[in-house]
Design a protein around this ligand. Structure first.
Ligand SMILES: C[S@@+](CC[C@H](N)C(=O)[O-])C[C@H]1O[C@@H](n2cnc3c(N)ncnc32)[C@H](O)[C@@H]1O
Length: 270
């Protein structure tokens, strides 16, 4: 289960990894989206609050929900370092994005940086969209991003080999080398088992090898469109990257901005 996954060493390495800290374009994109669609905002799979903090700092009211206690602990620490006004605008809670009822409506629900790809079962995906729709105020928007699937990563054995992702030094002096490999392709289920391997040299010379092993669900463009329609949404815009370019063959992302088709009362069934 994804909660156990992130309740691991990964929470301590997440923010400082260049793979995460280098993602600035999505922060700007979501900041612009709140300017356009308004707050309050609900962020599903908020993790350590990378986007959450930025939106609170930009003057927006935001609630971040995540399954992982350890990721949320990080977010709580980061919130404590914000200016008092920003701190008061930001709420954090533990919960499953496929099963929550906050008794509150939001102008914007966002799912940034792939939490949706942790929902391996169609039932969870549909339930998540149902929950999101029920929490949207009239005229509100849902925005989610997933990566555009690279067909080679569905089957090419070259990806079974360990490849370097990044190397960096943490503020407290640990040298971190991250490599990645796909362990197994499950094309019929649109899933890959993936390992991110952290080779760490501590300042006292101690070496450590930690493995973040997880299963990711990949999606296709029209599949998400169908899922959104099934969840009572209508796609308002789609982008292939955070610069708002259209989805093309080589686009790295698939970003969906959707409004509700009906104000309320829709049920989805499997
Ligand atoms: C790649 S991180 C993204 C974090 C954050 N949105 C960001 O942009 O940095 C994925 C997050 O999704 C969370 N997650 C996975 N499955 C979840 C679920 N069912 N409900 C809530 N959060 C979930 C994980 O705990 C993790 O914090």
């Amino acid at each position: 289960m994804a909660s156990e996954l992130y309740d691991s060493f990964i929470a301590d390495y997440y923010d400082e990894s260049p793979v995460v800290s280098g993602r600035l374009q999505d922060v700007a994109f979501y900041r612009d989206a709140v300017r356009e669609f308004g707050d309050p905002v609900l962020e599903l799979g908020c993790g350590t609050g990378r986007i959450t903090m930025a939106l609170a700092e930009a003057g927006k009211r935001i609630t971040g929900l995540d399954l992982s206690e350890r990721m949320l602990e990080r977010a709580v620490k980061k919130r404590a370092a914000l200016r008092v006004e920003a701190r008061e605008r930001l709420h954090l809670m533990q919960g499953d994005m496929a099963r929550f009822d906050l008794g509150e409506k939001f102008r914007l629900v966002i799912i940034p940086f792939r939490p949706f790809q942790h929902l391996l079962e169609v039932r969870q995906q549909v339930d998540c969209l149902d929950c999101a729709r029920k929490h949207l105020a009239p005229g509100g928007r849902l925005i989610l991003d997933v990566f555009q699937t690279d067909a080679e990563r569905m089957h090419d054995p070259v990806h079974l080999r360990e490849m370097l992702v990044t190397e960096y030094k943490t503020a407290d002096g640990r040298l971190v080398r991250i490599t990645e490999r796909i362990v197994a392709f499950h094309r019929a289920e649109q899933r890959n088992d993936v390992e991110m391997i952290f080779s760490i040299r501590h300042p006292d010379g101690r070496q450590e090898r930690l493995v973040f092993a997880w299963t990711l669900r990949y999606f296709f463009r029209y599949e998400i469109e169908h899922l959104l329609a099934r969840g009572g949404f209508e796609v308002a815009a789609e982008y292939g990257n955070f610069d708002r370019t259209p989805i093309r063959d080589d686009s790295p992302e698939m970003i969906f901005v959707a409004g509700t088709r009906q104000a309320e009362g829709r049920q989805t069934t499997l």
